[in-house]
Design a binder for this molecule. Structure first.
Ligand SMILES: Cc1cc2nc3c(=O)[nH]c(=O)nc-3n(C[C@H](O)[C@H](O)[C@H](O)COP(=O)(O)O)c2cc1C
Length: 168
């Protein structure tokens, strides 16, 4: 059975909740959750693929603990692996930096040789600019618990359905 490491950073609990919902969509035992606040570089060992989740803070910055853990990511664990990204943000109050964290993590893992899968359409969101947009789509799943929490379960279900084809 393939093993996926899901690493998340969450300041007020939204990304944690989304991480648990994502893990629950897979078969039992496939996804292991790691809070980057407590994770070390060794925790990245032994996975076939990764899911990285971050919220965006400080007008376009990575979640605080991700900003620290990002430095631990090394090509030896990431190179050649598939990585799916998701991010929490607030399109109403931060329309010019909506889910920028997805873009920041995407840049990092690509620079380490990862293949980013699980791109997500931008339809259904109302924002001005985002570092998470690559071409026509977000680089990963964008979630907005502040303004569109009712859509989160459906978005997660559809995204994980896609990941079961693209990530595994
Ligand atoms: C001070 C502050 C700055 C924020 N900056 C951004 C931002 O630049 N872009 C964005 O999309 N969301 C921003 N947010 C919204 C959070 O990312 C959002 O509330 C998210 O759900 C928090 O998730 P977490 O509890 O997992 O950290 C900001 C929120 C606060 C309070």
């Amino acid at each position: 059975m393939a093993k996926i490491g899901l690493f998340y950073g969450s300041t007020s609990g939204d990304t944690l909740k989304a991480s648990e919902m994502i893990a629950a969509e897979f078969e039992d035992g496939v996804v292991e959750l790691h809070d980057v606040r407590k994770a070390s570089a060794e925790d990245l060992n032994g996975y076939d693929a990764f899911i990285f989740g971050t919220s965006t803070w400080h007008w376009g910055g990575l979640q605080d603990e991700w900003a620290v853990f990002e430095e631990e990511l090394g090509a030896e664990q990431i190179k050649g692996k598939k990585v799916a990204l998701f991010g929490l943000g607030d399109q109403k109050n931060y329309p010019e930096n909506f889910v920028d964290g997805i873009g920041l993590l995407g840049k990092k893992v690509k620079s380490l040789g990862a293949l980013v899968v699980g791109h997500w359409p931008t339809e259904g969101y109302d924002f001005v600019a985002s570092q998470a947009v690559a071409g026509e789509a977000f680089l990963g799943l964008a979630l907005d618990q502040d303004n569109q929490s009712d859509q989160t379960p459906d978005r997660i279900h559809k995204w994980v359905t896609l990941l079961k084809q693209q990530l595994l």
